[in-house]
Structure formats: C-alpha cells, structure tokens
Design a protein around this ligand. Structure first.
Ligand SMILES: [Fe+2]
Ligand SMILES: [Fe+2]
Length: 295
C-alpha cells in the first residue's frame, strides 16, 4: 500500500491556513478588480475536486489503496478552493462564490478507464503547478502571490503522488504493465502537445459527460465559461515558454517512468503506436478510446 506513506509525507509538509498565509501583509492598492475576479474563478474551479472525487471513487472500486489516497487529495483541493474564498471573504467579499455557483460544477462524469484518468490528472497537476506559478508572478498583491505559490507546491506534490500509482501500475504483470504503458502514452501525447489554439488541456477543460455536451466541462459551468482562455492568454500570459516547461516536465517524467527517452511528443507518439501494436493481439480490446475529448 502506498497510501500510508503518502499520508505521512503529505502531512509532514502541510501548510496551515491561519498561520502560514501572511494575511497581515495585505495591500489593497495592489489588487485590481480584474485580478480579484480571476481569484473567484480559480476558487470555483478548485471546487471541482468534488465531482472528480466522486468519479475517482466510482472508477476505482477495485483499488482501495488509491481510493484512500483520494481522501487526502480531496481535502487538499477543497482547501485550495477555501483559501481562495477566504482571501475574497476578507478583502473582496462581494466576489465570494455563492453556494449555487459552487454546486453548479458538481455533475456526473462518464466512466473512463482508470489508468487514463490517472495520467490525465498527473498531467493536470503539472500544468496547474505551472499556471499557479505564472499567476503568482502576475499578481501584484503580496498575500495572493503567497497563496498561489503555496498551492502551486501542493499541485506539484499531487503530481508526485499520482506518479507513485502510475509506477505501481507498471508492475501489474506483463499484460497489465503494457496496458498501463499504452494508457500513459496515449494521454501523454494529448496532454504534452503544445497547441494553445485548441483550448487549454486540463481536466477541468475536458468533455466528461456525453449526455450534457457541450456543457460538460467544468469550465463551461463557471459563471464566466470563457474566463480560462482569457486568464491564460491576456492576464497571466501563459506563453509558449511556459507551455514548453509543462510539456518538458511531462515528457521527462514519462521518460523516467517508462525507461525510454522522449525528447518530443513525436517520440512519445511513436512509442504509443508501438505499444498499442503489441497489445492489439487477437481478442485484445485495448485502444478503443476513452471518450475523453479536449474542449
Ligand atoms: Fe488545487
Ligand atoms: Fe492538485
């Protein structure tokens, strides 16, 4: 079981909302209305850990170790939402999300292959770590800069935790290991691709419920469904240099995990095709697709 060790290591570095956020440093002159509004959107987006947790627990009934870890992940993600809301409550109370706004992003996700979802979230945590670091640079008010830096570090640790479960999956026998490799490579190609015009690649921006299409991404259910692109392109300016960092981190970690050298997404794509060919022996159903489509 990985969960007991993860619990211990995450608890050892856990920050305290009252003591570790420098609330007294607030400088009202350094917070614009536009900046404050993005904090509201991020607070609601973080709340989507709730439907994601319901999805994880449903799709991982066979895996009590991972399900137990989700208790920690869920707690920390809800805390991210809460610290952003606490900032607004103190300094911009008119922007605190309503319970209805939070509840609106709680909807059912279609079942998806657990290993693909795992990889999707691993990449999502890496991406969010970079988004929040970029947001910390963009913000000018000291307290919110500190909050984004703090939660960005949690996101990096979450990626590390998912990576432990990915490594465990590789040890699941020859066939199980191959299926894990195929799933990780498939989602890695999607998530490491630098294609800014196609929409930001993050779990909250992926279509997850066919019956609700096109309003079946978390982002589409926010008070301002288009805010994410605006935030990335025109506010924090998450440019190609940042995108390359995200892609590089994903490829670097996958190289180490799979014991290959992926210098580019094309390398990973070739690897994916090779693994899929091996798997598509007689009677093997893998490669039928997960139904996950980027927005
Ligand atoms: Fe988070
Ligand atoms: Fe996270």
């Amino acid at each position: 079981m990985i969960y007991p060790e993860l619990f211990k290591s995450l608890e050892a570095v856990r920050w305290n909302m009252a003591a570790d956020i420098p609330w007294d440093d607030f400088d009202a002159s350094k917070l614009s209305d536009d900046q404050a509004n993005t904090i509201k959107m991020n607070a609601i987006t973080e709340w989507s850990a709730l439907p994601a947790t319901e999805m994880f627990l449903r799709d991982n009934r066979h895996d009590s170790d991972f399900s137990a870890f989700i208790s920690v992940w869920f707690f920390e993600e809800q805390k991210h939402s809460l610290v952003l809301m606490e900032y607004l409550r103190r300094f911009r109370p008119e922007l605190v999300p309503t319970e209805e706004e939070l509840h609106r992003i709680r909807f059912e996700f279609d079942p998806a292959p657990a290993l693909e979802t795992l990889m999707l979230h691993f990449c999502g945590e890496i991406r969010l770590n970079h988004w929040y670091r970029c947001a910390a640079d963009w913000h000018t008010e000291p307290v919110i800069k500190a909050i984004y830096r703090t939660i960005s570090q949690d996101e990096a640790r979450h990626a590390g935790a998912y990576l432990r479960y990915m490594r465990r999956a590789l040890g699941g026998g020859e066939q199980g290991g191959l299926q894990a490799r195929a799933a990780f490579a498939k989602m890695g190609v999607l998530m490491a691709s630098v294609q800014r015009k196609g929409g930001a690649l993050h779990p909250t921006n992926i279509h997850v419920n066919k019956s609700m299409f096109p309003n079946d991404t978390v982002q589409s259910r926010l008070p301002e469904p288009d805010w994410l692109e605006h935030w990335l392109d025109h506010q924090i300016r998450f440019d190609d240099a940042w995108e390359q960092k995200v892609s590089g981190r994903i490829l670097h970690n996958l190289s180490l995990l799979l014991g290959e050298t992926f210098a580019s997404v094309q390398d990973l794509s070739r690897y994916r095709k090779a693994v899929t060919r091996v798997l598509r022996g007689p009677g093997d159903a893998l490669g039928t697709g997960s139904g996950l489509v980027p927005a």
